[in-house]
Ligand binder design. Structure first.
Ligand code: UT7
Length: 329
């Protein structure tokens, strides 16, 4: 009989571009103010990739850091999953580009599209493969270059997003550790609330799509806000109940960083004190699929997560999608 194993995170890494765009810089681009952005979102600055930098460039840097932390070589990877909605191009997948660039010759590679929930979706897929024994070592990357898909004249969206990448290497660990529970959700009826309308097969790129800015992010902020607060509370309670634990057992909640008011409101409903909720939105803004792995890497590096810690990753975003991973470190 095989011993039961869990999928554990054995290394994390992240990479943020050097270029900082702060709220005062945005005041020069659109009718906004540092005061409005800080008070309505909590964001003070975000990172922006250089013009010639693409998703795979950021992903490779995060992947190399995660591999180094795991003590594995690229050749030991069996699978690479890249979660992104801002890939280098439609195809080949960004995962295949990363596979080639890091020299992961033995790895299968594919992308997934679940917007801001992408990393949680990726981790949950990887978990199944490790538990089944299909693949042993899996690299999951969340990466976005949202700055290239933002309408820099639309103050409703351009103040929110940034660029970056985070990665985690998964491998088998004893069943008491690692990912203890995962649950994903989708509701396609909310698809119109957050999208890039053009560039796909429905509205292919054309002079019309360019003239009308249809290749930029469109968002109904208020609706997403309400959905996010509700889903954060419900998913956390649901996951804790399924694990036979209480919300107060959580050592660190790492939510998707979309708006400080969303995070604070959910934390208040969950009665979680600020020291148990990771917040870095003031420095990076919303980096979609990269937000959770970047935050996770920060928390690990700063010693906020230790052996035995109960860590909850919580994502929500376009699709609509949401998901949660409960991890015993
Ligand atoms: O990653 C997951 C996806 N994204 C999210 O989770 C985002 C969720 N939504 C939000 O974070 C918030 O809805 C926003 C930050 C996007 C907007 O905040 P809000 O408090 O919902 O503002 P609002 O859209 O209701 O706008 C209030 C006012 C409006 O003016 P009027 O109509 O009251 O005169 C806006 O035009 O604020 C105005 N406004 C701005 N003012 C200054 C909107 N954006 C700006 C801005 N600067 N950047």
């Amino acid at each position: 009989m095989h011993e039961r194993v869990s999928a554990g995170i054995i290394g994390t890494g992240s990479y943020l571009p050097d270029q900082v765009l702060n709220n005062y810089d945005l005041e020069k681009l659109v009718e906004t103010s540092n005061q409005w952005i800080c008070s309505r979102t909590g964001i003070q600055e975000r990172r922006i990739a250089d013009e010639d930098v693409s998703a795979s460039d950021l992903a490779v840097r995060a992947a190399e850091a995660a591999l180094e932390a795991s003590g594995l070589s690229a050749g030991q990877l069996d699978l690479i999953i890249v979660a992104t909605i801002t890939p280098d191009m439609f195809f080949p997948s960004t995962a295949c580009i990363v596979q080639d660039r890091i020299g992961a010759k033995n790895a299968v590679a594919f992308d997934i599209s679940a917007a801001c929930t992408g990393f949680v979706y990726g981790l949950t897929m990887a978990e199944q493969f490790v538990k089944l024994g299909t693949y042993r070592h899996i690299l999951v990357i969340g990466v976005e270059v949202l700055s290239k898909f933002v309408d820099w004249s639309d103050r409703n969206t351009c103040i929110l997003f940034g660029d970056g990448a985070g990665a985690a290497v998964l491998g088998p660990v004893t069943s008491q550790k690692g990912i203890q529970f995962s649950r994903l959700g989708s509701d396609g009826s909310g698809g119109d609330l957050l999208k890039i309308p053009a560039g796909g097969s429905k509205i292919p790129s054309s002079q019309y799509s360019l003239d009308n800015g249809l290749h930029f992010i469109k968002m109904s902020g208020k609706d997403i806000f309400k959905f996010a607060v509700k889903v954060m509370e419900h998913s956390t309670c649901d996951a804790m109940e399924a694990c036979g634990l209480k919300v107060s057992d959580i050592d660190l909640l790492i939510p998707h960083q979309a708006n400080l008011r969303i995070i604070n409101s959910a934390a208040k409903r969950l009665k979680l004190p600020p020291e148990k909720v990771w917040v870095n939105i003031h420095r990076y803004g919303n980096i979609s699929a990269a937000s959770i792995p970047v935050a996770l890497d920060e928390a690990v590096t700063l010693g906020k997560i230790r052996e035995g810690s109960l860590v909850v990753l919580l994502g929500f975003g376009a699709g609509l999608t949401w998901g949660v991973n409960v991890i015993r470190w």
